[in-house]
Write a protein that binds this ligand. Structure first.
Ligand code: C2E
Ligand code: MG
Ligand code: MG
Ligand code: MG
Length: 280
């Protein structure tokens, strides 16, 4: 197959393009079916207070368990779910599921903490997103201090409206974290204007923190920035004890990563949560 390319030259279609398109369509179909059939689950990864070695919160991460294809990673299907807007109903299901879990853990007498839910920019663009969030919390009988929302820098960068939406979410009482911080285009100078509570340092700076002077400098700069702006800071992707120790010396007191735990089903996560009171 050939295609006219600007200037009259001819360009061959990349081999495998049709194949990829077909796969994409099939996958999109499967994604829709799976949303209806409920082939998704959430896993939870503990966020740790690095000084105390104690759980301070969890992040909910969606898992797609396809009956035939097996487990499909979020990096594969989330972009597709975003393009097709399937992320809108799927994202509502994810929030609801996280709320149900928050309710469960509260009822079981665990120490209160926030469950962080990742939210895509596509969801934020929905005009009724704030009322959807309020409604889901209300229906699941969960108060906002049990929920945090993680957004990437791109959600903040774009438009004024988006920031209003984020601010409205914070006004409910839900905290907002900027995920993968340091990889986007936020310039340090306007961070004060961002409606956020937490900076979540991208794992690329953590994973070579013990060998790369520059990563260390960046982490230190982000910690200082957070301090001055009155934001919390958390590191993601901690895989070794050495990385955790280095982070503490740089002033970062919270983190998550395989060193503490990979994302696990709720019941496996429970072993790591401090208990307070049992209430019936
Ligand atoms: P993210 O929100 O930045 O999540 C962190 C990812 O890093 C997760 O991958 C997590 O399993 C992984 N991770 C955690 N600790 C370590 C570590 O020590 N080392 C390494 N190498 N990786 C670690 P996962 O679950 O595959 O998710 C990938 C991305 O997919 C997420 O990045 C997020 O952008 C998206 N995603 C996942 N769940 C959801 C969701 O429920 N909604 C939305 N909108 N996006 C989601
Ligand atoms: Mg996240
Ligand atoms: Mg991240
Ligand atoms: Mg990410």
């Amino acid at each position: 197959v050939v295609k006219e390319h600007g200037g009259g030259s001819l360009m061959m279609y990349e081999p495998g393009t049709a194949q990829k398109t077909l796969e994409r369509i099939l996958l999109e179909n499967e994604l829709r079916k799976s949303v209806q059939k409920g082939h998704f689950t959430l896993e939870y990864q503990p966020k740790m207070n690095l000084e105390l070695g104690e759980l301070s919160g969890v992040e909910a991460l969606v898992r797609w368990n396809h009956p035939d294809l097996g487990r499909i990673p979020p990096d594969t299907f989330i972009p597709l779910a975003e393009e097709t807007k399937i992320i809108v109903p799927l994202g509502e299901w994810i929030l609801r599921q996280a709320c149900k879990q928050a309710w469960q853990w509260r009822k079981q007498g665990f120490k209160p903490f926030r469950i962080a839910v990742n939210m895509s920019t596509v969801q934020l663009e929905e005009p009724d997103i704030v009322s959807t969030i309020k409604r889901v919390l209300h229906e699941e009988d969960v108060t906002p201090e049990f929920i945090e929302i993680e957004l990437t820098e791109s959600s903040f960068a774009d438009r004024e409206e988006m920031r209003h939406t984020i601010q409205a979410i914070r006004e409910i009482g839900i905290t907002v974290a900027i995920d993968d911080f340091g990889t986007g285009y936020s310039t340090f100078s306007y961070i004060k204007e961002l409606p956020a509570d937490t900076l979540k340092i991208d794992m690329s700076f953590i994973q070579d923190i013990d060998v790369n002077e520059q990563s260390r400098a960046i982490v230190k700069a982000i910690v200082t920035l957070a301090d001055t702006a009155g934001l919390r800071v958390i590191a993601e992707g901690i895989e070794t004890e050495e990385q955790a120790k280095l982070l503490l010396t740089l002033g970062c007191k919270e983190g998550q990563g395989y060193f503490y735990s990979k994302p696990v089903p709720a019941d496996e996560c429970e072993y790591m949560i401090p208990k307070t009171v049992e209430y019936e």
